[in-house]
Each structure stands twice: as structure tokens, then as C-alpha cells.
Design a protein around this ligand. Structure first.
Ligand SMILES: [Co+2]
Length: 370
């Protein structure tokens, strides 16, 4: 009898819970926290299964990326250990292929973003697309990260965990896809506007109409519109920051200069630049040297050489640059609860410039300004 009772109340493998201990534990109740904005964590679904024929990372079973921790690439100072991938080498074409698959997976996720869709569903789309292409979704179990993609909504800066919350009209959501394919990682992200808030003209007409009808009481709609317009300016500026930084990249260019370029453009629009998270080297390892800060006057070491492969992924905020981390140990939010956007590309330094390995394709769903 007692056994029966226990069986019923023990959380089964299919239960949905709140993430705790940086992904290593689950809670039945939502933890208390001084939330910085209006977003809250929601329940996170059970582990997704990977078929046997998908080659696994070293952290899949342990949660610890041992090869990354032990790599001389990360133990040597500055860019001393950074790999210079030879043109046409197996490594270079392997990374190129991982980036192309990452792009196809992100485009699938983009197409799935809509009002009423949960971020867990986006995770499912990413997970299944990865399997279809024969790739391992790199975030899965990386330092115990519980899901296959990061989804960062509104005030979330990065590393949001896909959960049961439904996306709402006017939300913004960043989807950060990384894939591990035939031994190499590809990493990219984009920020999307959710729903009809992307249809400016419709919204403005509705606003004017409403103000005319009830001038004493310009309602929530006006707030919604200003939120929408400033979110869009944030997203577009963030994308411009990334593209301006990419234009600068070539052999001989200084890694530390990237932060000056990004900050100059963000500040011109009265936005701030997150300091806590940086771009990174990537290849056989998910994260390695060089370290690529996005903020001005940073002390990043080294110059770009042909064959260097790394990411640039500026996180730009409407208010303060300062971040806080939720009790789940992963979700990074703005300290003032205002919104944050991000775009990321993975780049290869060539003889005379740089190549965007994660570039958008003719088949990529359009961004709102396109
Ligand atoms: Co990255």
C-alpha cells in the first residue's frame, strides 16, 4: 500500500520541474528570487533522447567537457595556442560543414517562432533537426545544461533554458544554436520578434484609431507600441554591431579592437554592452581561446591570423549592462529587467579578410527589417 502511494507521488522521468543547481537538480516548486523583470522561470521538460547513431560529446554522460578543460589551446596564454586551420584541410572543411548545419537548424527554429509556441517546442524543433542532420546539439549536458538549445526571452541576456512558457505577442526571443558534427562545433544565434508586433503599420494605425476614440485614456496599446518599436531598434542595432565588428576582421587585426567598434555603435543608440559573456574560439572544442570581449577598452590579447576560427556574439541592453543569474544557475538576465538582444556568427580569418561560416542562406526566413 505504502509502496503504491510512494510510486504515485515520486516525480517520474516524464515530470516537468524547475531547474536547480546549474542543471544538475530539479525542484517541484518555483524558487524565490528577486526577479529583475516580469519574466519568470517555468517548468522544464524531461531529458530528450539522442539515438545511438549520433556521435556523442565527451560531456554527454558526465556533464564535464574534459577535453576542453585539458586542452593546451586553453592552457597557453592569450592566442599562443590558437589553431591556425589550413585552407582546405579536413579540420577547416569539417568546421565549415558544422556551421552550415547549424545555420539550417537555426532557420528551422526561426520558422517555428510564433505567438503561443513554448520555448520547449523550439527546443524540440532544434533537437529533432540536429538528429535529422546527424549532429549532436552542443548545449545538451554541457556543464549539465538540460536542453538542446538556449532560448533567451526579453530581459534574458543569454543561456535561457527552454521551458513551458508560451511566447507572447511583442516578446523578443534569442535562439542560440550550436551543433557538434563529425567532431566539430558550429555556433550561431539570432534574435526574433514574436507575433504581430512585427507589423508596424498595422500597429500604428490601430494606435491612432484608439487614441482618437478614447483620447483621455491612451491605453495599454500605446505602451505595447513603444515597447515594440524600442525592441526593434535594439535588435537591429545589435545586428549592426555584429556586422560592423565582422567588417573589421582580417589578418593583423587586434582582438581587443572588436569591443571598441561594438561599443561605439551601441552607445550611439543609447544602449549598453554586456561584459560578462564573450565571443570565443571554437572548433574541436565548444569554447576555447581566443577570448573575444564585446566591451570597449578590454585587455584581450593577440592578433588575428589566417585560419583562426572564433565567434563574435554581442549582447546589447536597453538599460544597464549589468547581469544577474537566476537560481537555475544558467539564465542570465539584465539587472534592471530591461530587454537584451544578441546576434552571433562564427568566423574564419582568410588571407585577405574573413569569411562568415554561419552566414544566412537564400532559404533563411527573413529578419523583420528585410
Ligand atoms: Co557562442
Amino acid at each position: 500500500m505504502w509502496q503504491e502511494h510512494k510510486k504515485i507521488h515520486r516525480p517520474g522521468p516524464h515530470a516537468w520541474h524547475y531547474v536547480a543547481k546549474r542543471g544538475a537538480a530539479r525542484n517541484v516548486g518555483r524558487p524565490s528570487f528577486k526577479w529583475t523583470g516580469s519574466l519568470r522561470p517555468h517548468r522544464v521538460g524531461p531529458d530528450r533522447v539522442l539515438p545511438d547513431d549520433i556521435p556523442k560529446t565527451d560531456y554527454y554522460t558526465t556533464g564535464i567537457p574534459t577535453s576542453e578543460i585539458r586542452s593546451p589551446q586553453n592552457l597557453l596564454p592569450g592566442t599562443a595556442g590558437v589553431v591556425e586551420w589550413a585552407p582546405g584541410s579536413e579540420g577547416e572543411s569539417g568546421i565549415r560543414e558544422a556551421c552550415r548545419i547549424g545555420r539550417l537548424v537555426l532557420d528551422r527554429a526561426h520558422a517555428a517562432v510564433d505567438v503561443g509556441v513554448t520555448t520547449d517546442h523550439i527546443d524540440q524543433v532544434v533537437h529533432e533537426a540536429c538528429i535529422e542532420y546527424g549532429a549532436y546539439p552542443s548545449p545538451l549536458h554541457y556543464y549539465d545544461f538540460p536542453k538542446s538549445v538556449c532560448t533567451s526571452v526579453n530581459e534574458v541576456i543569454c543561456h535561457g533554458i527552454p521551458d513551458r512558457r508560451k511566447l507572447e505577442d511583442g516578446d523578443i526571443v534569442n535562439v542560440d544554436v550550436s551543433v557538434f558534427y563529425k567532431g566539430y562545433h558550429g555556433d550561431l544565434n539570432e534574435t526574433f520578434v514574436v507575433g504581430t508586433a512585427s507589423e508596424d503599420r498595422y500597429v500604428v494605425i490601430l494606435c491612432l484609431y484608439t487614441m482618437q476614440r478614447t483620447p483621455a485614456h491612451p491605453p495599454a496599446l500605446v505602451t505595447a507600441i513603444s515597447v515594440s518599436l524600442s525592441s526593434k531598434r535594439l535588435i537591429k542595432t545589435t545586428h549592426e554591431c555584429l556586422m560592423k565588428a565582422i567588417e573589421y576582421c582580417r589578418p593583423g587585426a587586434k582582438y581587443r579592437e572588436i569591443g571598441n567598434i561594438i561599443t561605439k555603435h551601441a552607445h550611439a543608440q543609447n544602449f549598453s554592452v554586456v561584459k560578462a559573456y564573450c565571443g570565443h574560439g571554437i572548433g574541436e572544442l565548444f569554447h576555447c581561446n581566443p577570448n573575444v570581449p564585446h566591451y570597449a577598452n578590454n585587455k584581450a590579447v593577440g592578433i588575428m591570423k589566417p585560419g583562426h576560427i572564433f565567434t563574435i556574439e554581442p549582447m546589447i541592453n536597453q538599460g544597464t549592462y549589468k547581469d544577474r543569474t537566476w537560481p537555475d544557475g544558467w539564465t542570465s538576465v539584465t539587472e534592471d529587467g530591461k530587454r537584451s538582444a544578441q546576434f552571433e556568427h562564427q568566423l574564419l580569418i582568410t588571407e585577405d579578410g574573413c569569411e562568415v561560416l554561419t552566414k544566412r542562406l537564400p532559404s533563411s526566413p527573413k529578419l523583420f527589417w528585410e
